[in-house]
Design a protein around this ligand. Structure first.
Ligand SMILES: Nc1ncnc2c1ncn2[C@@H]1O[C@H](COP(=O)(O)OP(=O)(O)OP(=O)(O)O)[C@@H](O)[C@H]1O
Length: 221
C-alpha cells in the first residue's frame, strides 16, 4: 500500500489566500472527492500536489519520505489528468497509444479496453467529448503511478461514457489512490470513499449531498 501525505499546504495569489494550511492524505484504494465553488482552489490544489504550481509552503510525503516539488515529478509517483485536453487532434487514436506505451503488451491493454475498438481508427479531433476524456484517462491511468489526480473527469461527458469512466476508475482504485475534483457531484459521490469541500480556503470533510447544501455548494431546492 502507498501513502501520500500533504501537510500545511498554503497558497495565495496576490493578497488572497486560496488554500489555508491544508492537510490531506490519500492511500491506495482511497477515492477522495474534492468539491468547491468556481475559483475555490480545487485545480490549484491538484497542480500543487502534482508539482506544476508552487505553494508558499507544503510538505509532501510519499510513503513517509519527504519530496520536493521537483522530486515529485521525477519520482513518477503521481499521474495527473488536467482539466483541458492534451492529445494532438491530427493523430489517430491507434497512432497515439504507442507514444504512451512502447511495449506491445501494455499497448494491448489499451487496445482491448472496453469501447476502444469502436474509435481506434478515428482522429483525436473527431472523437466525442466522452470518447476523448475516456481515452485520456486510459492513457494516463494505466501508467505506473501510485496516485492519480483527476481534474473534472465527468464534465460534459455523455451518460454512456460516464459509466465507462466510472468503471475504469473503480478498476484503477485497486492499485492506486485517486483524488477527483468535479462539479458533477452525483457521479463523484458514487465512487468516492472520502469527500471534502474547500470553502473560504479551508478544507471541510463532508459525508453526503446534504453537507454540500450545508456548506452552500448546492442550494436546498
Ligand atoms: N496563475 C494565477 N494567477 C492568479 N490567480 C490565479 C491563478 N490561477 C488561479 N488563480 C485564482 O485562484 C483561485 C482558484 O483557482 P482554481 O482554478 O484553483 O479554482 P477551481 O476551484 O479549480 O475553480 P473551477 O471550479 O472554476 O475549476 C481563483 O480565484 C483563480 O482566479
Amino acid at each position: 500500500m502507498n501513502v501520500l501525505e500533504i501537510r500545511n499546504l498554503h497558497k495565495s495569489y496576490k493578497n488572497k489566500i486560496i488554500l489555508n494550511n491544508l492537510d490531506l492524505s490519500c492511500k491506495t484504494e482511497d477515492v477522495i472527492g474534492i468539491f468547491g465553488r468556481n475559483g475555490s482552489g480545487k485545480s490549484t490544489l491538484l497542480k500543487i500536489i502534482f508539482g506544476t504550481v508552487k505553494a508558499e509552503s507544503a510538505q509532501i510525503k510519499i510513503n513517509s519520505k519527504i519530496l520536493s516539488q521537483k522530486e515529485i515529478i521525477s519520482s513518477k509517483s503521481i499521474g495527473y489528468l488536467p482539466q483541458v485536453t492534451f492529445l494532438p487532434k491530427e493523430l489517430k487514436v491507434r497512432d497515439i497509444i504507442p507514444f504512451f506505451y512502447p511495449n506491445g503488451d501494455d499497448q494491448n491493454k489499451i487496445f482491448y479496453a472496453p469501447k476502444v475498438s469502436s474509435f481506434e481508427k478515428i482522429k483525436v479531433g473527431h472523437l466525442s467529448i466522452g470518447q476523448l476524456r475516456y481515452l485520456e484517462l486510459l492513457l494516463i491511468g494505466n501508467l505506473d503511478h501510485s496516485f492519480l489526480l483527476l481534474d473534472e473527469p465527468f464534465s460534459m461527458i455523455e451518460p454512456l461514457y460516464k459509466e465507462v469512466i466510472k468503471n475504469l476508475l473503480i478498476e484503477l482504485k485497486n492499485t492506486k489512490g485517486l483524488i477527483i475534483t468535479d462539479h458533477y457531484f452525483d457521479d463523484v459521490l458514487e465512487i468516492t470513499t472520502n469527500n471534502f469541500i474547500i470553502k473560504d480556503a479551508e478544507k471541510i470533510e463532508i459525508n453526503s449531498k446534504k453537507d454540500l447544501v450545508k456548506f452552500q455548494y448546492l442550494s436546498s431546492n
